[in-house]
Ligand binder design. Structure first.
Ligand code: HEM
Ligand code: HEM
Length: 214
């Protein structure tokens, strides 16, 4: 048996997991900055006031153009994060294709479903495990949607995507952020409680690899 197959979380999954966590967090920070700092008239008024102090009187429209430019700069960073996130997703896909049978996400889901349906286990534990696996599948689907819609918006001109379609894609993209946020809250909360209750060492396993069936 390959050494990687003996650990609970192979190095490739751990690399993807923590890389993905960092990049999604960075991406969310850019959204947060644009929806707070560069949103609304207070920033425009601030720019106008500061420039007036520096001896340059600009109109509201000119101040708005500055704020808009800054917002675009932050979106540029968001898009760079997006490229890395897409690359990480492709990497995760390759890892999944090459993974040992018992380490494949879909296979794990099917195995858990079988246990749930077999009545051989405590129903509530089996339901909980099934819920977790299902949540991962939903998350990967959302990530795929984010990558496809994000890249389509970023390259709408090159891909010949119309303004109205690009706008709709942006709405889908923006909307999908909410279930992703929901996943993160449930996931981190779930991991916290698992670590404290029945799965001690689960976070350390995601760092060190852990042992299979541990
Ligand atoms: C943006 C934040 C995060 C995202 C999107 C995320 C996503 C995921 C995904 C998709 C998996 C399943 C991996 C697989 O088997 O294919 C996973 C597993 C895991 N994550 Fe996270 N994660 C995040 C943050 C964290 C944090 C902050 C921690 C630790 C405090 C953590 C600890 C774990 C652990 C222990 C597992 C294995 C759980 C299990 O076997 O069911 N994650 N994560
Ligand atoms: C989980 C990860 C991501 C989250 C939470 C996220 C979230 C968002 C949100 C909320 C918006 C604003 C949408 C609106 O104005 O209605 C946005 C815009 C955008 N995102 Fe993402 N996104 C993510 C990943 C990506 C990826 C992978 C790409 C691919 C390159 C991408 C590219 C873009 C682009 C091009 C825009 C439009 C920026 C503009 O208005 O100029 N995003 N994103």
């Amino acid at each position: 048996m390959k050494k990687e197959a003996q650990v609970k979380y192979p190095a490739s999954i751990r690399f993807w997991h923590w890389g993905n966590t960092l990049v999604i967090s960075g991406s969310l920070v850019t959204v947060l900055i644009n929806s707070t700092l560069f949103d609304g008239r207070s920033t425009r008024d601030f720019v106008q006031k500061e420039l007036a102090h520096a001896g340059a009187n600009v109109s509201q429209e000119q101040a708005r153009a500055v704020v808009h430019g800054l917002e675009d700069k932050v979106w540029d960073i968001h898009i760079y994060f997006g490229y890395v996130l897409t690359a990480l997703f492709l990497y995760r896909l390759i890892v999944e294709i090459r993974a040992d049978k018992n380490q494949k996400v879909f296979r794990k889901f099917l195995d858990t479903l079988k246990i749930y349906l077999s009545n051989q286990a405590f129903k509530s534990t089996a339901r909980y495990e099934l819920g977790i696996k299902l949540l991962y599948l939903v998350f990967y689907t959302l990530l795929l949607i984010m990558a496809i819609t994000g890249l389509s918006i970023a390259f709408d001109d090159n891909l010949g995507i119309s303004r109205s379609l690009s706008h709709s894609l942006k709405e889908v993209h923006g909307f999908c952020m909410y279930p992703i946020l929901g996943f993160i809250v449930l996931h981190v909360g779930g991991v916290y409680f698992a670590e404290r209750k029945n799965k001690k060492g689960i976070v350390s396993d995601m760092i060190n690899g852990g042992k299979m069936n541990n």
